[in-house]
Design a protein around this ligand. Structure first.
Ligand SMILES: NC(=O)c1ccc[n+]([C@@H]2O[C@H](COP(=O)([O-])OP(=O)(O)OC[C@H]3O[C@@H](n4cnc5c(N)ncnc54)[C@H](OP(=O)(O)O)[C@@H]3O)[C@@H](O)[C@H]2O)c1
Length: 298
């Protein structure tokens, strides 16, 4: 049987290298491209895959072309490469915020005759494999069959494949990435306002602070470039920030004015929303299980 070929543009990056390993293990012939030659060659050698002279060379005769460059460069790279992509190829991006990317894929794939899918793996390069991880797939008009085929590749390896459209994707990303990241950036920024050093604060810390700090430390272990794009390029989040400002002002007012009834009413409304989550009932027990693991792993 002929080996399938995948070209990974941005292949020396974190997700590019992860998928290079993934597709190599599935017996694909993998070729990487990126602009920094030295780092590209080092990554390709480390992973035991090929590297191309440039993006155009990489996509020649590829069955799959994966675009794994920063979110802000993704649409541009697709447009630049589109005329060089084989008609039998399926092109897919993995950007965390979609914006104009699915539209660009649609226009370019219709113009040049290749197939296109927009994909968002909901995990980072620390994942061991696809088992149990969510992969969001946005089918592109004219390429629906390719979306199904690619989704099957991932679901066969244990991924939970969720199909949606671009607007819903970015609205959900507002909830699951942009907003939680923002809240942790807010917490990190607040820590800067507190003059005591962290080890001193931790001497007094209870369980809530320990878990919150762990979450914030993880966020700040990530790449500021990627995280800035998840904040700044999601139009849904930019709209949502105005709501956040209103919520902040209202909470501040309730606290400053000592409006306990108002505070409790709001608390109850939030509790009702949280009860929609099946995990709400035993949240407190699970919280203490995590704290126990944290204490044992120190
Ligand atoms: N990291 C995550 O947890 C995660 C999770 C899900 C999805 N994603 C998405 O995956 C994509 C890549 O993220 P990442 O974290 O892997 O970023 P990354 O580590 O910064 O990798 C991006 C790579 O793209 C290369 N690149 C930039 N412009 C290029 C161009 N014009 N042509 C070819 N290569 C180019 C860069 O190498 P050179 O500078 O050498 O060109 C870089 O190594 C993003 O769209 C992100 O939203 C990331």
């Amino acid at each position: 049987m002929e080996t399938s070929k995948i070209a990974i543009i941005g292949g020396r990056g974190r997700m590019g290298a992860w998928f290079a390993k993934y597709f190599k293990n599935k017996n694909y012939s993998v070729i990487l491209s990126a602009r920094n030659r030295e780092k590209l060659i080092a990554t390709a050698e480390r992973l035991g895959v090929k590297h191309a002279e440039n993006n155009m060379e990489a996509v020649k005769k590829a069955d799959l072309v994966m675009i794994s460059v920063p979110i802000s460069s993704t649409a541009g790279v697709i447009m630049e490469l589109a005329p060089y992509i084989d008609k039998k190829s399926t092109v897919f991006d993995i950007a965390s915020v979609k914006g104009e990317i699915p539209k660009t894929l649609e226009e370019q794939s219709l113009k040049y005759g290749f197939k296109a899918v927009s994909v968002h793996p909901m995990f980072g390069p620390g994942a061991t494999n696809l088992m149990g991880h969510t992969v969001v797939i946005i089918p592109i008009p004219g390429s629906e069959g390719a979306a199904e085929k690619l989704g099957k590749v991932f679901s066969d390896d244990g991924a939970v494949v969720v199909s949606t459209n671009s607007q819903t994707h970015d609205r959900m990303i507002n909830s699951v990435l942009s907003l939680p990241h923002f809240l942790n950036i807010l917490f990190g920024s607040a820590l800067l306002e507190i003059p005591d050093p962290l080890p001193r604060i931790k001497e007094f810390s209870g369980t809530t602070f320990e878990l919150q700090l762990l979450l914030t430390e993880c966020v700040f272990g990530e790449d500021p470039e990627l995280y800035s794009e998840i904040q700044m390029r999601n139009k849904e989040f930019l709209k949502f920030l105005n709501k956040m400002e209103k919520i902040f002002g209202e909470l501040k007012r309730v606290i400053e004015k000592n409006e306990k009834t108002e505070f409790s009413k709001n608390f109850e409304r939030i509790r009702e929303k949280l009860k929609q989550d099946a995990g709400y009932e035993n949240a407190y027990d699970r919280f203490y299980q995590i704290i126990k693991i944290m204490k044992n792993s120190k």
